[in-house]
Design a protein around this ligand. Sequence first.
Ligand SMILES: Cc1ncc(COP(=O)(O)O)c(C=O)c1O
Length: 449
Amino acid sequence: MPRTNMSATAEIQAKHAKYVLSPWLAQGGLVAPVIARGEGSYLFDADGKKYLDFGSGLIAVNLGHGHPKVVAAIQEQASLLGYAAPSLFHDKRALLGEELSAMSPWAGGEGCRTFFTTAGADANDDAVRIARAVTGRTKVLSAYRSFHGSSGTSIMLTGEDRRWGGEPGPPSIMRFFAPYPYRSPFHATSPAEETSRAIEHLERILMHEDPKRVAAILIEPVVGSNGVIVYPDGYLPALRALTEKHGIILIADEVMTGFGRTGPAFASQKFGVVPDMLTFAKGVTSAYLPLGGVLVREKIASTFDARALPCGHTYSGHPMCVAAGLATVRAYKEEKVFERGAALEGVLRAGLANIAEKHRTVGEARGTGAFFALELVKDRATKEPLVPWHGDGPGVMKNLYVELRKRGVYTFGKFNCVMVAPPLTATKAEVEEGLGALDDALTAFEAAL
Ligand SMILES: Cc1ncc(COP(=O)(O)O)c(C=O)c1O
């Protein structure tokens, strides 16, 4: 490796530490590779070292890096029109709206209209605002152990420690416990019991909050950054039935699960629920440009034909971003990317089960589609987490990520959970390479515990 390049890397790392604040982290002592380029399933740092992107960025780069059709669409749009006010009409915005309606849970029926945002957080804020406008109610419920974003409302909808720094937030947001089969909050001994007790718990909360005052319930159909928790069969349909009974709007937060991550376009489709609204971001452009939005079923969207929609942003449906989104969703279809992602499920499930068997710190390997996580424990019998929930003071988990990077693999996680979610375009051989590195990294990590 040329010395000059090494010192250029060190210089950028020093400038990063001096001039940039990195999200959610204590800033002192942060060291990360300087990423210069991406191609397919790989990232390359400034010194040419290759990393398999085993977390698809932040579970977002579903199409892999540097897809030529998306790159070309961005270049073409940049030369045509960089910006136009969102109240003006734009071809790619209309065409992307059409594509999203065709892949939505309402496809073939009433369809939907899209309100475009810049990211997932503002999509959740706006979905809640629309739900309040439509119902005339104020209260909103979300689950503990969820992440919904870092903006005004979405941070308060978030059911984990990242919310605490945002408090006090807007009122009228309450939280409930959703199923977590590995650590049942309901002391359940079977998936069916977990579902029925979770619904009973939610019914009780609704009774105490008055369901007639509840505008919406917002839920990730599969819990994402809090450890890829797949709800037991029947939970989401039962939640749908409960919301319908009380006229409560059900919002599926598919920011992480959308665009083939669990198999079909949206996880709601996989788990048999038709929500009233669905929020998305990340995979819509494979994260190449920032774009999010709310899919609003036609029945609700049409209520705004005669009155103003209560939300708007300078960058709503930004031409560059919708051009990237349109090229991305077309590539998903043309190259059968969701099907390719779904085909990785077997490789991931078997490989991670093998890793779980070999390693004493793996309490559970779980997931669906191309969306998995390992939950690490001190003791498999007691299930004591390897690091406490909110409190990896000494930074134990960081050592695993360092071991992975040494072996040319990047991923991320939260608390004692490690994400395993390659781009949906990854090959079987690439996934096997990542699993091999994870196995070796865990061996080194455990030896140093
Ligand atoms: C389920 C979920 N909702 C919302 C968000 C927030 O999205 P963004 O970071 O684009 O604001 C995230 C981000 O990770 C997420 O995973």
